[in-house]
Design a binder for this molecule. Structure first.
Ligand code: DI6
Ligand code: FE
Length: 397
């Protein structure tokens, strides 16, 4: 297949859009075989069937590298209670908070979890996403964590999308282990990780390093098992305070450190040294009305790649729009539209340890988006507007 009459945003380096004005992409066997200007098409591709894109803009397909799209129930009632003046305690007594999602996830069947997740997956796909990372972490017991991961794997057979799983057993201390986080880590979290890995359900290991969740020593015990199993790690770090999660992630050569609102200059330096991506999550920043923005300038100065993701979850980021995520990153974090696009493509791929996608180049996966826009900055500029014309997944329209 030949895609012709396209404005191609190759993102071949991190300094500009890498725009090819009157461009052509040759696709073969789910891969980009060739990309370049119309005047330079090699003769071998000239007779392939051509799709004229009418001068539309083509970018790499979007990648959502941090989501929690598999969960039971939702927390709209709690949202409403809080806006009607209920206190934190009242919300908790009404069964609110993360524990309510844990109970709803434990009682939901696999089918219910899958059907619910697919509505969110469909929203992501509708805006051009072809790869979604999904975390466990609302089960917090052996059976439910495995149930979540099995459901997550099923998404890829129900929709044209790639899925990566992260085991997030160290997300919160479940009610039955209240005040006993260490026992939870040793008796439930780690054995469950081993069981999930044995079933082939785990692509990476994540944790929530925070005062309200787990400290660095507890996360390190989980990471040591990940290393033993040969699994890459990533970490929710410095979201609400600085307790050393970013440094820990860097020490373990993590794929990514996520949130990082409270990461400082030394943390940015450590990420640069370990080649760890900073994943910024403006949906959670916005929903929690956080005031400490991540230090984007420090990440730039030290050369830390910045990715962006929806963090789609029922509590802190009920957001299923990568385009709005780009807009929020520009408006709230002062990222540039180019950085926002790199954050949902090339750098998101790096945050998942994948080198074969996220840019438009020969040899890369033919995962592409065709947009009804004339300038790439339009993708981040508008609010509540979806200009996706076509999504190409593994070379198929
Ligand atoms: N950070 C968050 O913001 C969410 N999880 C995490 O590790 C909160 C999840 C929830 O409230 O359901
Ligand atoms: Fe998260």
């Amino acid at each position: 297949m030949l895609l012709t009459n396209a404005q191609i945003v190759t993102l071949q380096n991190d300094t500009d859009y890498g725009l090819i004005k009157d461009g052509v992409i040759a696709v073969r066997d789910a891969q980009i075989a060739w990309v370049g200007g119309v005047d330079a098409i090699p003769t071998t591709y000239r007779n392939e069937s051509a799709h004229n894109l009418g001068g539309r803009l083509v970018t790499p397909a979007l990648i959502d590298c941090h989501t929690h799209v598999v969960f039971g129930g939702n927390r709209a009632a709690e949202f409403e209670l809080r806006l009607n003046g209920a206190s934190y305690e009242e919300v908790a007594r009404a069964g609110g908070g993360i524990v309510s999602t844990v109970s709803a996830t434990r009682t939901a069947s696999e089918d219910e979890l899958l059907e619910d997740a697919l509505t969110r997956v469909d929203a992501l796909i509708a805006e051009g996403v072809t790869l979604i990372e999904v975390k466990s972490g609302y089960g917090l017991d052996h059976d439910t964590e495995l149930k979540m991961l099995r459901v997550t794997r099923q998404i890829a057979s129900r929709r044209p999308v790639d899925i990566r799983t992260s085991f997030l057993g160290a997300h919160a201390v479940p009610p039955e282990f209240k005040e006993k986080p260490d026992t939870y880590i040793d008796d439930i979290c780690i054995p469950t990780l081993r069981a999930a890995h044995a079933e082939g359900l785990v692509d990476a290991v994540d944790g929530f390093c925070e005062g309200i969740a787990f400290d660095t020593a507890q996360i390190a015990r989980v990471f040591d098992v990940a290393v033993e199993l040969g699994l890459p790690v990533k970490l929710h770090a410095e979201q609400l305070s600085n307790i050393g999660g970013t440094q820990l992630a860097a020490k373990y050569g993590a794929l990514s450190a996520d949130h990082v609102e409270y990461a400082n200059d030394a943390d940015a330096q450590a990420l640069a040294k370990s080649g760890t991506v900073a994943v910024l999550l403006p949906g959670a920043f916005y929903t929690l009305r956080e005031t400490q923005a991540p230090r984007v300038q420090s990440f730039r100065t030290h050369g830390v790649p910045m990715a962006l993701a929806t963090d789609c979850n029922p509590g802190s980021s009920p957001l299923a729009s990568p385009l709005l995520t780009m807009n929020m990153a520009c408006t709230l974090f002062r990222m540039t539209p180019l950085e926002a696009l790199l954050g949902l493509t090339a750098h998101a791929a790096t945050a998942l340890g994948l080198a074969d996608r996220g840019r438009i180049a020969a040899g890369a996966r033919a995962d592409l988006c065709v947009w009804d826009v004339t300038h790439p900055a339009e993708l981040a500029y508008r609010i509540g507007f979806n200009p996706l014309h076509k999504r190409i997944f593994k070379g198929s329209l």
